[in-house]
Design a protein around this ligand. Structure first.
Ligand code: SF4
Length: 359
C-alpha cells in the first residue's frame, strides 16, 4: 500500500464525514452499546429506510437488553416480521440472554469479546467497540470492501476466504494513527457513509469523494473494474403451494390454520400457511368439495438463494376435520400482528398490513 494513501485516508475520511456524512439517524449520537448493536444487526442486508421504521418500534417495546432477554421468542419474531433474514432475530434474542446471563447485563467493551456473542460477526463487533468505546478497530462489510478494493485497485477475488483476510489487514492498516474517541466514531461512520452514498455499486460518484486524489482505481480510470468477485451461483427457482384453510370461529372471527416452519431453512421458526411442493400434493390433503377452492394469482418472492413462486389456494369451510390438517393451530386473522409471519404470507392474509422488503 502506498504511503501517500495511508497518510491521506483516515484524516480525509474523518473530515469528510463530519462535513458531508450522514447525521441525525436515530441510532447515531449514542454510545449505548444496546442501541448501536440493535441498529447494526437490523442494518445488515436491510436498507436504512426500512430500518427507520422498525428500529423505534423495537426500542419502544424492548428499551434495554434486560427487557429483550426476558421476552417471549414469538414476540421478538413478530416485531422482526418483514425485516427478513430471521436468523438475525433469533440470534438477537439469544445474544441479549447471553449478555444478561454471562456478562451481568453489560455488553463487553472490546471487539474481540463482543465477537464471541451469538450473531455478532467481526465487523459488527468492531462497529460497536469503535462507536461506543473508541476502540481502534476497523469494520469491513461489503460496502467497505468495495471502497478499499477501488482505493487500492486491489484485484483479489472477494469470494475467496484468503482475500477476505487480506482485506482485513488493509482495513486495519488504514486506521487513524492515534485517534481520539470521537475520531473513531466519525471514521467508522465515514466508512459506512462513503460506501453507501459515494463509492456506490455500479458507477461511483468520484467527483464527490474525498479520496479521488489518491484513489488508484479513479486515477487509472478503472473504477468499475473493482471489486473483483466471481459470479454467484444462480438462484434456484421453486414453486410453493400454500394452503389457506379458513373458518369462522365459534365467536364469529375469521381464523386461519397456521403451522410452525422447521427451525432450519427458509422462514425458519415462523408461522406460515402449510406449504406443499405441488398442486397435486396440496389437493390430496385439502377438502376438494366442488366450489370450495379459490386459487390466487401466483406471487413471485425472491430470497437470497431461491426464487419462489407462491401459489395460494384458499378454502373456507364451516367445519373442518382437524385430523386432516397438518400439525398446527387456528389463529384469528386479527391476532396475527403478534406473530412472526413471512412478509408475503402476512401480505396475503392481512393485505392492509405494510409490506417491507425482506423474506
Ligand atoms: Fe470510490 Fe471514486 Fe472515491 Fe475511488 S475516488 S474511493 S472509486 S468514489
Amino acid at each position: 500500500m502506498k504511503a501517500e494513501i495511508r497518510r491521506h485516508f483516515a484524516p480525509a475520511l474523518i473530515a469528510w464525514q463530519r462535513q458531508h456524512g450522514r447525521h441525525g439517524l436515530p441510532w447515531q449520537g449514542t454510545r449505548d452499546p444496546y442501541r448501536v448493536w440493535l441498529s447494526e444487526i437490523m442494518l445488515q442486508q436491510t436498507q436504512v429506510s426500512t430500518v427507520l421504521d422498525y428500529y423505534p418500534r423495537f426500542l419502544a417495546r424492548f428499551p434495554d437488553v434486560q427487557t429483550l432477554a426476558a421476552a417471549q421468542p414469538d414476540e421478538v419474531m413478530a416485531l422482526w416480521s418483514g425485516l427478513g433474514y430471521y436468523s438475525r432475530a433469533r440470534n438477537l434474542h439469544r445474544c441479549a440472554q447471553e449478555v444478561v446471563s454471562v456478562h451481568g447485563g453489560e455488553f463487553p467493551r472490546d471487539a474481540q469479546t463482543l465477537e464471541t456473542l451469538p450473531g455478532i460477526g467481526a465487523s459488527t463487533a468492531a462497529a460497536i467497540a469503535a462507536f461506543c468505546h473508541g476502540e481502534r478497530v476497523s469494520i469491513l462489510d461489503g460496502n467497505v470492501r468495495r471502497v478499499l478494493a477501488r482505493l487500492l485497485a486491489f484485484g483479489g477475488d472477494q469470494a475467496l476466504p484468503k482475500v477476505h483476510r487480506e482485506m482485513w489487514d488493509m482495513a486495519q492498516a488504514l486506521l487513524p494513527e492515534s485517534p481520539a474517541h470521537d475520531d473513531m466514531a466519525a471514521y467508522t461512520q465515514g466508512l459506512m457513509d462513503l460506501g453507501a452514498t459515494v463509492c456506490v455499486r455500479g458507477q461511483p460518484r468520484c467527483v464527490a469523494c474525498p479520496m479521488q486524489s489518491v484513489c488508484e482505481a479513479h486515477c487509472t480510470g478503472r473504477t468499475t473494474d473493482f471489486p473483483v468477485k466471481t459470479k454467484r451461483v444462480a438462484r434456484r427457482f421453486e414453486r410453493w403451494w400454500l394452503w389457506w384453510a379458513e373458518r369462522e370461529s365459534p365467536h364469529g372471527e375469521r381464523e386461519v390454520w397456521l403451522v410452525r416452519r422447521p427451525e432450519r431453512g427458509i422462514w425458519a421458526g415462523l408461522y406460515c400457511l402449510p406449504v406443499f411442493d405441488s398442486e397435486e400434493a396440496l389437493l390430496a390433503t385439502a377438502n376438494t368439495e366442488p366450489g370450495t377452492l379459490e386459487f390466487f394469482p401466483a406471487m413471485p418472492h425472491a430470497l437470497t438463494h431461491r426464487e419462489l413462486l407462491l401459489h395460494a389456494v384458499r378454502q373456507v369451510l364451516p367445519a373442518w376435520d382437524e385430523a386432516a390438517l397438518p400439525a398446527g393451530q387456528w389463529v384469528a386473522i386479527s391476532a396475527m400482528g403478534g406473530l412472526g409471519l413471512p412478509a408475503p404470507v402476512r401480505q396475503l392474509l392481512q393485505p392492509q398490513a405494510p409490506l417491507f422488503a425482506g423474506q
